[in-house]
Design a binder for this molecule. Structure first.
Ligand SMILES: C[S@@+](CC[C@H](N)C(=O)[O-])C[C@H]1O[C@@H](n2cnc3c(N)ncnc32)[C@H](O)[C@@H]1O
Length: 325
């Protein structure tokens, strides 16, 4: 994770009683497990928001950074001229965008939870590219309006919205932005929300740049599997306190779609499961540009390609750029 973010998050908890923070985290986890859209913000006060930020922001940051890295590889010479983060909360996606494409640009964060915006603004003071960001109160729904923007991010938000509000959000983003990146939890429900949004973006004239190597229907049969990826997140002392155990990291599972009106170059194919390394061979499960899933076996006989396959990771483009014909 970005060091200034890690430091800013650690400082948030200074002076707060560990028990109170632990209790706030437990309550938020229970609320989020409920997964039912609420009529009022779940993040109600500073203790809630500090707990959310310290506990979840490192993971949402890494997930968004993973999605943005995959998208950035499809538009190598591009950087957003402006960014709007919808349901941005404490601003994890603004940090991920600033990490992916350093530099200043107009940044707007919209959320209905004022305490989240206030804390996001406070943390962002530690990042030179984010100090001028605008943190604005807005309710996502049919009344949402957006100024034109290059890039919209929507990270871990769809799950909190009713169906009509999800549709309104995606359609409004599609009208205002040239690129839309949506990230959800890597669960069957998160994947279903991503696919629903992907369909709406394609219907609005966007092409999918990542993770899919195509804009055809997703080949995964609903209910049988779900497309998701994994980002490694260093665990803080708060994580160890709440979850126990001594692991230094955990893996955040996420689903995402990056869709754009830009002339992007999607990956030739994408590794959609953890590669299986066997003696002398690597098995790669791929999503292919013709919209099919396939399994490829790369063996020692493939020389440099075999070396690349041994280094390939779940979520990578395949083959890597230096192995393409
Ligand atoms: C799980 S948090 C994700 C925050 C941030 N995007 C991230 O990735 O860390 C969901 C955010 O969506 C916001 N939200 C949920 N429903 C909303 C609505 N109807 N209007 C505006 N914001 C909403 C919440 O206040 C919260 O900040």
């Amino acid at each position: 994770m970005n060091d200034p973010l890690r430091t800013a998050l650690a400082e948030l908890l200074d002076g707060l009683p560990p028990r109170a923070v632990g209790a706030a985290v437990e309550r938020l986890i229970a609320n989020y497990r409920g997964a039912t859209p609420t009529d009022a913000p779940i993040l109600r006060d500073r203790a809630d928001v500090a707990a959310y930020a310290a506990y979840r922001m490192p993971a949402t940051f890494e997930a968004v950074a993973g999605a943005l890295a995959a998208f950035a590889a499809t538009v190598p010479d591009w950087a957003p001229a402006s960014h709007t983060d919808i349901g941005g909360g404490t601003g994890a996606a603004t940090w991920a965008v600033a990490d992916t494409w350093p530099g200043t640009r107009p940044v707007t964060v919209l959320d209905w939870a004022e305490p989240a915006l206030a804390l996001g603004r406070e943390i962002a003071a530690a990042h030179p590219d984010l100090t001028a960001a605008r943190w604005q109160r807005a309710r996502i729904g049919t009344g949402l309006t957006l100024d034109d923007t290059d890039l919209v991010t929507v990270s871990y938000v769809l799950n909190e919205l009713a169906e009509a509000d999800r549709a309104a959000l995606v359609d409004t983003a599609a009208r205002a932005a040239r690129t839309v990146v949506i990230v959800e939890a890597g669960t069957p429900a998160g994947y279903a929300r991503v696919i629903e949004a992907r369909d709406r973006l394609i219907a609005a004239g966007f092409r999918v740049a990542a993770p899919c190597p195509h804009s055809a229907a997703c080949p995964i049969e609903p209910g049988r599997d779900w497309c998701h990826f994994s980002a490694r997140v260093g665990r803080s002392s708060l994580h160890r306190q709440v979850k126990g155990g001594s692991l230094a990291y955990e893996d955040e599972k996420f689903s995402y779609v990056a869709a754009t009106r830009l002339p992007a170059h999607p990956a030739p194919s994408r590794v959609v499961r953890r590669p299986q390394i066997r003696k002398g061979q690597v098995l790669l499960d791929l999503c292919e540009p013709d919209g099919r899933l396939s399994r490829t076996t790369v063996t020692k006989r493939h020389g440099d390609l075999y070396k690349a396959a041994r280094d390939a990771d779940w979520g990578d483009a395949w083959p890597p750029a230096d192995q393409r014909a």
